[in-house]
Design a protein around this ligand. Structure first.
Ligand code: FAD
Length: 480
């Protein structure tokens, strides 16, 4: 028999190269998931991602049963558990999917050492990315640190091969080894059930991913380019958690977008823009692969001594809980808390506010997102926070400080997004919804708003905060 290692980024049947190749090997296949809760650093799975994983594992288990297979679940160190199961079942080959983050790479290295010692053949496949990060390099052979030339170089490569179909059957052993249940992994929210908003928003698992992809292509792709920055219109795919857990491959999405474009020329601009966003994910993984400490250390080393403010405090809590007094920021942070997700434009606005207006350490923002996002991703989260803080690759220039009022007025013009997540402001007229402190007393009282009571007054004077940020960032710049 052979073993197929399932991880939290491979929870699908379709376009799963390691699974398909294991099936084609002719040996009975034993799919194995090893839950390792001890990541050894700050980046073990956050709360929202644990909730998603529990649901997605259960769906994947059913899907495997549907093709005559099973999912064997164990807990502990992956290499030790694989060695034990191989000894128990006489398996001779281990099929697995390549990982790119520090933890996954360490696991892979340990599996390699164990396989060599135990005489197990190890077969490794891609599947999580469109292009392998070590196959894309500048002419000098260096990693890319700027997105546009990186993406041009990717597109010069052969386009991704067509996705592999889901197998209809997967032969297993006559006797199955013992397994834990998903419930044994203790992934459910504790000590209180805080996941109602997540349950109401998402359908984890491959079926949910495919349904969302279909709905996106049919209903929203046409207007993606035009409306992708509008949190009030929700025209992006919201596929990120499905992609994060590998419930749908980006190769499948790439081809779906290409097919849509071939059928209907008018979709070209939107489809290209959508695949470009998949490109940003590739770029994040390229950075993570070449700079494994991306989540912790600034790519621009002159930021190492930057005077970030940090640690838990009333200010950080106000940002985390959506009580800053800036409506678009509070709406975003509350969307995150309630649904485990936030629109990309708003992620940029809230991140800029934290690192620039509050001069707070980007790692505190990154850690909060890590714990609360259902799509918390080791590459995209780290790269995006470094981008926002100005210390990353191809980062936002230091003098670019998102103005939360203008951003709100431009991208949520009627205030519908704010009204959804900040109900205290539901009756504010559009004119003042992004700056309630400018509303005349009569307007405030008609809307039932008392600043500092029913809704917070702005937590900072933006002008002073802006000046402080510009000064601090100027100093880093001159130190370059
Ligand atoms: P769509 O617009 O439909 O895009 C399709 C897919 O492309 C996304 O599902 C995602 O996989 C990928 N993608 C889109 N934009 C980006 C981007 N800028 N960078 C990398 N990949 C992208 N994305 C995550 O998946 N996980 C994270 O932990 C994460 N943290 C972020 C933190 C900050 C501070 C910021 C500014 C952005 C972060 N992003 C993260 C990127 C982006 O916000 C989300 O991928 C996007 O909002 C997901 O929504 P969607 O699926 O509707 O995207």
């Amino acid at each position: 028999s052979c073993l197929l290692l399932i991880t939290d980024t491979t929870l699908r049947l379709a376009d799963h190269p390691a699974l398909v190749r294991a099936g084609e090997s002719g040996a009975p296949v034993i799919p194995l998931y090893v839950h390792d809760d001890d990541g050894g650093d700050d980046w073990t799975l956050g709360g929202a991602a644990r909730w998603w994983l529990g649901r997605s594992l259960a769906v994947f288990q059913d899907a495997l049963e549907g093709i005559g297979s099973r999912l064997i679940i164990r807990k502990g160190d992956a290499a030790a558990e694989v060695a034990a199961l191989a000894a128990e079942t006489g398996a001779e080959t281990l099929f697995l999917t390549r990982s790119y983050d520090r933890h996954g790479r360490a696991r892979e290295a340990a599996l390699k050492r164990m396989a060599a010692a135990e005489g197990l053949t190890l077969k490794r496949y891609g599947g999580h990315l469109l292009f392998e990060p070590d196959t894309i390099a500048t002419q000098k052979g260096d990693p890319y640190t700027v997105f546009s030339p990186f993406w041009r170089a990717c597109l010069k490569e052969k386009p991704p091969k067509p996705p592999l179909d889901a197998p209809k059957a997967l032969a297993g052993p006559v006797t199955w080894p013992d397994s834990l249940t998903v419930a044994d992994l203790d992934l459910a929210p504790k000590p209180v059930d805080w996941a109602a908003g997540l349950r109401g928003t998402w359908t984890p698992g491959e079926g949910g991913a495919l349904a969302r992809a279909d709905a996106f292509i049919v209903d929203s792709l046409a207007s993606y380019k035009k409306h992708r920055d509008r949190p009030d219109l929700a025209h992006t795919s919201a596929l990120s958690p499905h992609i994060r857990f590998g419930e749908i491959s980006t190769r499948t999405l790439w081809h779906r977008a290409q097919e849509a474009m071939l059928r209907n020329e008018s979709l070209e601009a939107s489809a290209e823009h959508f695949t470009r966003e998949l490109g940003w994910r590739e770029f994040s993984y390229h950075l993570l692969y070449h700079f494994p400490d991306l989540a912790d250390a600034p790519l621009r080393t002159n930021f190492t001594a930057f005077p970030w403010r940090q640690g838990q405090s009333a200010e950080l809590t106000a940002w985390q809980k959506g009580r800053t007094g800036f409506p678009i920021i509070d709406a975003g942070m509350r969307q995150l808390w309630r649904t485990g997700w936030m629109h990309n434009r708003v992620r940029m606005i809230v991140a800029s506010f934290l690192v620039k207006e509050l001069l707070w350490h980007w790692r505190d923002g990154e850690a909060w997102f890590w714990d609360t996002l259902v799509d918390a991703d080791p590459a995209s989260n780290a790269a995006s926070w470094q981008w926002a803080a100005g210390c990353g690759a191809d980062a936002a220039p230091y003098f670019r400080i998102f103005n939360p009022i203008l951003q709100g007025e431009k991208f949520d013009p009627e205030g519908a997004y704010v009204r959804t997540y900040v109900p205290e402001l539901a009756h504010m007229p559009p004119e003042f919804i992004h700056k309630p402190w400018e509303a005349p007393a009569l307007v405030l009282s008609a809307a039932g708003v008392t600043l500092g009571d029913t809704y917070p007054a702005p937590m900072v004077d933006r002008k002073q905060a802006r000046d402080r940020a510009l000064k601090a960032f100027e100093e880093v710049k001159t130190a370059q």
